[in-house]
Design a protein around this ligand. Structure first.
Ligand code: ADP
Length: 358
C-alpha cells in the first residue's frame, strides 16, 4: 500500500493551475491575478478571458461563460452544455467559492470572517432565510421534477451537525433526507466507492443533505492510507463525473466546506470535555485525528481544487462564528432554490366549477 500521508500536494493538472486563491472583504469568490501564461488566442483564449474579467469585479461568470471556460481547459472536469447547466446562485457574502481550475489553499481563507455581518442582524436574517427555504421547498416538492443535494464537509468539530439543525429548521421533513456517512460497512466496502452515496442521492422533489459524503473517500481514506495512492488519485475525476451525472439528471449540487481554525477546534474539543451534556460528543479518536491536522488540510486543499467544477463548485464557509456560518449557508441555499425557480404544477383542468359534495 502506498503512503498516503498527504505530504505531496495535488491539484488540477499541471499547466492548468493558475494560482492559490485569496479571500477579500468585498469579494466572495476566489480572485485571480493573471499569474499564468496568457491564454492563447481564438475562442479558447476568449473564454478564459471572459471568465477572468467577470471574476475581477467580484461577480461570478454566468453559467454559460463558466461552461465555455471549462471547455477551454480551465476546469478539472468536462463541462455541461450551457442549456443543461444547473441554475446556480452566487454564494452569500463571506463565503469563498473555489473557481474551477484554480490551485486553492484553505490557508488563504480567514475562518473568523463574518461577511460583514453583525450578530444581532444575522439572527433576525436567519429567520427570514429559513422562511424562504421553507416556501421554496414546498414548490420543489410539489413540482416533483428536480432535486437539491447539499453536501457538508469539515474537519472534526467543524459544525456540520449544528449547521444542518439550524438551517433546515422548519423544513417539511417529508421533502428532506439527511444522510450521515460513517465508516463504510462490509457490504458497502464490497461495492464501488460511490455506491452508497449514489443510492442516497435525492429523488425528484427532494432536498438531500450529505453529512460527510463521497469526499471522505479522498480525505480520511487518503490521510489514513486506507487504499493505495493510485486508487484515491483516480477518484477526483470519478467524483466529478458522478456529480456531472447527478447534475444532468436534474440535481443541483451545493457543496459547503465549513472552515474552522486549529485554535477553534481546540476550544470546541475542550468545551466537549468540560460540559457533561457534551460528553457524548467527545470521541478520544478526535485527538488522534487532530494530530493529522496538516495532512487533512492538504487533502482538503486537493479535493477543493480538483473537484470544484462549473456545475458543482465548492463553497468555503468561514465557520469559527456559528451565527455567521448559519446565515451564510442558509442564504446560499435559499438563493440557490430561488435560482432553480421551482413552480407549483398547473392545476388540473375544470377545477373552477367543481363543488365538494356534503
Ligand atoms: P461525525 O464526526 O460525522 O459526527 P462520527 O463521529 O460517527 O460522525 O464519525 C464518522 C467517521 O466515519 C469519521 O471518522 C469519518 O472519517 C469516518 N468515515 C466516513 N466515511 C468514511 C469512508 N468512506 N471511509 C472511512 N471512514 C469514513
Amino acid at each position: 500500500m502506498s503512503k498516503t500521508n498527504g505530504k505531496d500536494a495535488d491539484g488540477p493538472e499541471p499547466g492548468k493551475i493558475r494560482e492559490t486563491a485569496s479571500q477579500g472583504d468585498a469579494g466572495h469568490r476566489t480572485k485571480g491575478k493573471q499569474a499564468e501564461k496568457k491564454a492563447k488566442g481564438g475562442a479558447r483564449g476568449g473564454a478564459k478571458q471572459e471568465a477572468r474579467t467577470r471574476r475581477a469585479d467580484g461577480h461570478p461568470p454566468s453559467s454559460a461563460a463558466w461552461a465555455r471556460a471549462a471547455d477551454a481547459g480551465m476546469g478539472t472536469a468536462p463541462s455541461l452544455s450551457p442549456h443543461r447547466h444547473p441554475r446556480l446562485a452566487r454564494a452569500a457574502p463571506g463565503i469563498v467559492t473555489v473557481e474551477p481550475g484554480i490551485r486553492f489553499a484553505l490557508a488563504s481563507v480567514d475562518a473568523d470572517a463574518t461577511g460583514g455581518l453583525d450578530k444581532a442582524e444575522a439572527k433576525a436574517a436567519l429567520a427570514d432565510e429559513r422562511e424562504r427555504i421553507k416556501a421554496l421547498q414546498e414548490k420543489l416538492y410539489a413540482e416533483h421534477a428536480r432535486s437539491l443535494l447539499v453536501v457538508f464537509q469539515a474537519i472534526d468539530t467543524g459544525g456540520k451537525d449544528g449547521t444542518i439543525r439550524s438551517v433546515l429548521e422548519g423544513v417539511n421533513p417529508q421533502g428532506c433526507r439527511v444522510w450521515s456517512f460513517k465508516v463504510p460497512s462490509a457490504e458497502e466496502l464490497d461495492q464501488d466507492f460511490l455506491w452508497r452515496y449514489h443510492a442516497r442521492a435525492p429523488g425528484r422533489g427532494l432536498i438531500g443533505v450529505f453529512n460527510r459524503s463521497h469526499y471522505e473517500d479522498v480525505l480520511v481514506v487518503r490521510v489514513k492510507g486506507l487504499v493505495p495512492e493510485e486508487t484515491w488519485r483516480e477518484r477526483y475525476g470519478l467524483i466529478n463525473d458522478f456529480e456531472r451525472l447527478l447534475t444532468l439528471s436534474g440535481t443541483t449540487i451545493l457543496k459547503f466546506f465549513l472552515h474552522i481554525s486549529k485554535d477553534e477546534q481546540k476550544e470546541r474539543l475542550e468545551a466537549r470535555l468540560e460540559d457533561p451534556d457534551k460528553h457524548w460528543k467527545f470521541d478520544p479518536a478526535d485527538l488522534t485525528e487532530r494530530k493529522s491536522w496538516d495532512a487533512y488540510r492538504t487533502a482538503f486543499d486537493d479535493a477543493l481544487s480538483r473537484c470544484s467544477t462549473p456545475y458543482a463548485p465548492w463553497h468555503v464557509v468561514p465557520a469559527n462564528r456559528k451565527w455567521a456560518r448559519n446565515l451564510m449557508v442558509a442564504r446560499t441555499i435559499a438563493d440557490t432554490l430561488e435560482a432553480m425557480d421551482p413552480r407549483f404544477p398547473p392545476a388540473r383542468e375544470g377545477l373552477a366549477g367543481l363543488k365538494v359534495p356534503d
